[in-house]
Design a protein around this ligand. Structure first.
Ligand code: HPA
Length: 264
């Protein structure tokens, strides 16, 4: 068992968690919903996400939501922070060791598709790893050859859609293309991503999906659309804008995620 898993058990108790939830830029408010919450700063957890990016939290929360015990990672570590695509591996391994069979991922993303406007949610149905990096490079075992068919679990997507419909939240599905960042895309890159069949672009998530499947977890991911991709609208694309616009998506995720967790 990882050292971090031992620390979490000591502080939050031995009861297994059903799911782990990772919150993207500006989405920390989703963590407010957790009941009987225990907060553990990443700094106390060996190899958990490091320095951080503004708009991201730096705590692990353990508590209950939708009648299940879950852990929330209020911030993630990105490939663009240091060039390590496996930065989230220790944290996700720890989640698996604590019993998480489901990994729920959220992010902020730029839309390439007129179906998704800023403030909307897009359920990720598949991804294109355009950054080309892989968190399993260097993994010595044959387990590295992960099957990525249906890596965004179809059953969880169906449950999320049903829950969203009940809540009156409109969600569509789309393909997420991972650019490394941290610079935003050029206008030409956005046009290329559209031609490649992507519906949204972002700087995270894909490596965590690979790691989640590697660890045998069912994976679900949802983008909170904060802007249209470069050149697709007149809005100014910036990290400040991302954090401001993420609030709308966070409000919807605050309703959708507990409803989904209830159905796990
Ligand atoms: N591109 C990449 N990542 C993003 C964007 C974008 O337009 N918006 C929010 N995250």
């Amino acid at each position: 068992m990882t050292k971090a898993a031992k620390t979490i058990r000591k502080i939050a108790g031995d009861e297994p968690i059903a799911a782990a939830l990772v919150l993207g830029s500006g989405l920390s408010a989703v963590g407010d919903l957790l009941k009987d919450k225990v907060t553990i700063p990443y700094g106390e957890l060996k190899d958990f996400p490091g320095t951080g990016v503004s708009g991201h939290g730096r705590d692990l929360l353990v508590g209950s939501m939708g009648g299940k015990r879950i852990a929330i990672l209020t911030g993630r570590e990105h490939y663009y922070e240091h060039g390590n695509a496996a930065a989230m591996r220790p944290a996700l391994e720890t989640m698996a060791e604590l019993g998480a069979e489901t990994l729920l991922l959220t992010n902020s993303a730029g839309s390439l598709d007129e179906r998704f406007a800023p403030g909307d949610l897009m359920l990720i149905s598949d991804h294109i790893n355009y950054a080309g990096m892989n968190p399993l490079i260097g993994e010595p075992t044959d387990r590295r050859f992960v099957n990525m068919v249906d890596c965004y679990n179809g059953e969880l997507r169906a449950k999320a859609k049903a829950a969203a419909e009940k809540l009156g939240i409109s969600v569509g599905e789309g393909i997420y293309l991972w650019y490394s960042g941290p610079s935003f895309e050029t206008v030409a890159e956005i046009q290329m991503a559209i031609r490649l069949g992507a519906n949204a672009v972002g700087m995270s998530t894909a490596p965590e999906v690979i790691l989640g499947r590697f660890l045998g977890m069912k994976v679900w991911a949802c983008s909170s659309i904060t802007n249209m991709g470069a050149g697709l609208s007149n809005e100014n694309i910036s990290h400040e804008h991302t954090k401001t616009m993420a609030v709308q998506g966070a409000g919807k995720l605050q309703k959708l995620i507990p409803a989904l967790v209830e159905e796990l």
